[in-house]
Design a protein around this ligand. Structure first.
Ligand code: TRP
Length: 350
């Protein structure tokens, strides 16, 4: 018996910051580690998805490797045979299945996808690619090729997961059991546990979420920041004039955000950290504690990043890609036979 499959695409954007790290990367890595005994865990870099909107192509190759390496640096075990780490474009079945599914997908249903409407709304006509329109079909192929049952997705991706279920059912109704239908969104949330709604706020303006698009960069800590620079950003974080450390995001958003950050750095519940410093009146002293731990965290992460050379990363990617080509290839053949692109099974047994 093969284990059920958990599958997730690792969004590969530039300039990851600590909000991405604690909110997305670490939970995914923890999930992979804790589930890999009973599940096959597929983690992949959706490189074909990465230019559905315009990008600088001269950076793509480096970015793909940087992302894989960052996951390794953050603790993703490379020696676990049940955790696969691969590049989408190195498994050509993704593109091939996409084309086949395209021909069973309605123009209307793709036009109704909210992410397409949002993203295309922000682009000029000549920049809206057919690839952007087709994005959910490629994503469905990503999932269906491996019979994936569990797919952790954020709220912005639930409509795409629903589409993957729809197209799987549509094909199964038409051609017999071709695909495993992934679990519905509600069951996904039950399986993975509803996200804690983690939000790290901007250091300068703690009522808005920390985001890489902040122009000054002062309110945001990037994973690639000089550790000393990051410490300075913490030291100059906006606080309040209450002169008392308390966890109260409504009244003291700046201090509460620093408590959240400290709790994440320590891997402890915020209530525990908050009670340790409750009532402390010298904000400078409190900030120094957070700044030191942030500095140490970045030093360790960057050191860990440096210990992985590209050869180690590429070896893992290639090993996974070999295994994935086999699995995905088998699914693709099933579909090709069903739609008449390959002779039925009986023939090659003669
Ligand atoms: N679209 C996903 C995101 O933006 C990334 C992704 C691509 C994905 N293919 C996937 C996620 C398949 C889950 C399954 O986050």
């Amino acid at each position: 018996m093969t284990n059920p499959v958990i599958l997730t695409g690792l969004r590969a954007n530039n300039d990851l910051q600590i909000g991405n790290y604690f909110g997305a990367m670490l939970p995914i890595i923890d999930m992979a580690k804790s589930r890999s005994h009973d599940y096959q865990v597929n983690m992949f870099i959706p490189d074909l998805h990465s230019f559905t909107t315009p990008i600088d192509h001269s950076e793509l190759q480096a970015q793909i490797l940087h992302n894989a390496r960052l996951y390794a640096a953050a603790g993703l075990p490379l020696d676990d045979d049940n955790i696969h780490l691969y590049r989408q474009s190195y498994v050509p079945a993704h593109s091939e299945l996409t084309w086949i599914l395209d021909c069973f997908t309605g123009f209307g249903e793709m036009s109704r996808m909210t992410q397409f409407k949002d993203k295309s709304g922000k682009l000029g006509d000549s920049q809206i690619s057919v690839g952007l329109f087709n994005y959910p079909v490629l994503m469905a192929a990503d999932i269906l090729l491996y019979d994936a049952k569990y797919v952790p997705v954020g709220d912005d991706q639930t409509q795409h997961l629903e589409f993957a279920r729809d197209i799987a059912e549509r094909m199964n109704n038409r051609f017999g059991e071709l695909f495993v239908v992934p679990e519905p969104v509600k069951a996904q949330h039950e399986f993975f546990g509803k996200e804690q709604g983690l939000r790290i706020m901007d250091l300068v303006n703690p009522t808005k979420k920390m985001s890489k698009s902040d122009e000054t960069g002062k309110g945001v800590i990037f994973l690639g920041d000089e550790p000393a620079t990051a410490a300075k950003k913490i030291m100059s974080a906006t606080t309040d004039d209450k002169a008392s450390v308390n966890y109260n995001p409504a009244e003291q958003p700046g201090i509460s955000n620093l408590l959240d950050i400290l709790a994440l750095l320590r891997g402890k519940p915020v209530a525990e950290v908050a009670s340790q410093y409750a009532g402390m009146d010298r904000y400078g002293d409190f900030k120094k504690i957070v700044a030191d731990e942030m500095q140490k965290f970045l030093i360790d992460l960057q050191k860990s990043y440096d210990t992985y050379d590209s050869a180690t990363i590429v070896a893992k990617l290639e090993a996974s890609e070999r295994a994935m080509n086999e699995q995905a290839g088998a699914t693709l053949l099933r579909v090709q036979r069903a739609v008449g692109l390959r002779p039925p099974k009986e023939y090659d047994e003669i």
